[in-house]
Design a protein around this ligand. Structure first.
Ligand code: CS2
Ligand code: MG
Length: 408
């Protein structure tokens, strides 16, 4: 079975998504997610101009060899654009193999290791009261783990904090910021560090000790600041503290690790097993945050998680709404199969996104399940997809009060 065609589809049902569609000589179609938030067209071109021509005529079953061909075989390696493109090819080939063999992809990964994947949602509020409303709304939807983000007194809009919800309001999705240039937000680390422990103190008072709570610091702290935050949050027993320091320098986490026992998660911006070597072998983290969509697909992430498993490190794959339902499905097949699964982010796509991408995964009683459809279990509605035109969208940047550009 040969690859006959590899097409790149760009659509924007609420957010921008890039999808690779691979068709075989037998007419079997596989989908791969090639979305890289804010840099979408770079991956589209990488695939269209440099990868698709190489795929035509290759054995569609040779997933590992194709992965090696596009990574080891390439002179320019690694990096988010390359690894997102490789991920899309890899997912599409796993999708095809599942469809041809008539089984969901998780069966090809060794079969089921658990009933479902524990999901965590995004709750947020500009104040702690608004945050509590958002948490309660999510608990009503069945969530059993919650990421919490709040506004900081004295600061304007803080990244990761959505519009405040009313009681009973259903969270839909976080729209892309469709401005011609990134929005600039103000940031003050000292104000943040003063405020956050009070937030968690109040949450534990209101919600009790059991609910798993997660928090994302978006790479904004120095090692010492991260250590202070970790220590101040220890009494509140977080499930994890995410991205406390900039991820590109893994050595920063040595100091954090020596100072606090708060569980650490990092890696949504890391894209290769090589980026994780120090983090894993020195046991500097507890959870791997990579998404299969940005880290070389199912093949790339499975290899990474096997290495992590040797050191007692578990998965917590990145799945905001800027990764498509195809990427989400790939994560879910890994989640139910991997021995060292930890938790799965589930930000919930908008109704419009889910009209274009028809999914067969389910969420019930706090657990996600990839479903039993052969392959990845996602179909793309072409006609509908063409109606949503690509519009550039950027993530915000943040500056300190004196105007200095600050880390993500
Ligand atoms: C966040 C994301 O989901 C997360 O943990 O950090 O909102 C992230 O900032 C975006 O997906 C970036 O594209
Ligand atoms: Mg994050």
């Amino acid at each position: 079975m040969r690859i006959e065609r590899a097409e790149v589809l760009v659509t924007s049902p609420g957010r921008n998504f890039v999808t690779l569609r691979v068709t075989t000589s037998d007419g079997v179609v596989g989908l791969g997610d090639a979305t890289l938030n804010g840099r979408e067209l770079a991956v589209a071109s990488y695939l269209r101009d440099h990868v698709a021509p190489l795929l035509v005529g290759r054995d569609a079953h040779a997933i590992e060899d194709t992965w090696q061909y596009l990574t080891r075989g390439a002179y320019w390696r690694r990096g988010p654009v390359t690894m997102t493109a490789v991920a899309a090819v890899d997912m599409a080939l796993w999708d095809i193999k599942g469809k041809v063999t008539g089984v969901p992809v998780y069966q090809l990964l060794g079969g089921r290791s658990r009933r479902g994947a524990l999901a965590y949602c995004h709750a947020s509020g500009s104040t702690v009261d608004a945050l509590l409303t958002s948490i309660r709304n999510h608990l009503e939807l069945g969530f059993r783990a919650v990421r919490v983000q709040t506004g900081v007194p004295g600061l304007g809009k803080v990244y990761g904090v959505g519009t405040d919800q009313r009681a009973g309001e259903r969270y839909d999705y976080e729209p892309a910021g469709r401005t011609a240039r990134p929005v600039e937000e103000e940031w003050d680390t000292a104000a943040y560090l003063r405020h956050i422990p009070h937030v968690f103190e109040r949450l534990r008072e209101e919600l009790g000790p059991e609910l798993p709570l997660l928090h994302d610091a978006h790479h904004r702290l120095s090692p010492n600041e991260a250590a202070q935050l970790g220590r101040s949050l220890e009494p509140f027993r977080l499930f994890w503290l995410e991205d406390c320091t900039p991820a590109d320098n893994p050595e920063l986490l040595r100091r954090v690790r020596q100072q606090t026992t708060v569980p650490l998660a990092i890696g949504e911006v890391l894209t290769s097993i090589h980026d994780y070597r120090t983090l894993i072998t020195e046991q500097l983290i507890d959870y791997v945050r990579s998404s299969p969509a940005h880290t070389g697909g199912i093949t790339g992430v499975r290899r990474l998680m096997d290495l992590a498993g040797l050191y007692g490190i578990r998965s917590g794959f990145h799945q905001p709404t800027d990764i498509s339902p195809v990427g989400m499905a790939a994560a879910l097949h890994l989640d139910v199969a991997l021995p060292n699964f930890g938790i799965q982010e589930y930000m919930q796509h908008s109704a419009t996104t889910l009209e274009v991408f028809r999914t067969s995964y389910t969420f019930s009683d706090g657990l996600l399940d990839p479903g039993e459809t052969p392959g990845l279990g996602v179909e793309l509605d072409d006609d509908l997809a063409t109606r949503f035109e690509y519009t550039p969208a950027y993530l915000p940047v943040n500056r300190l009060r004196d105007g200095t550009l600050h880390d993500w």
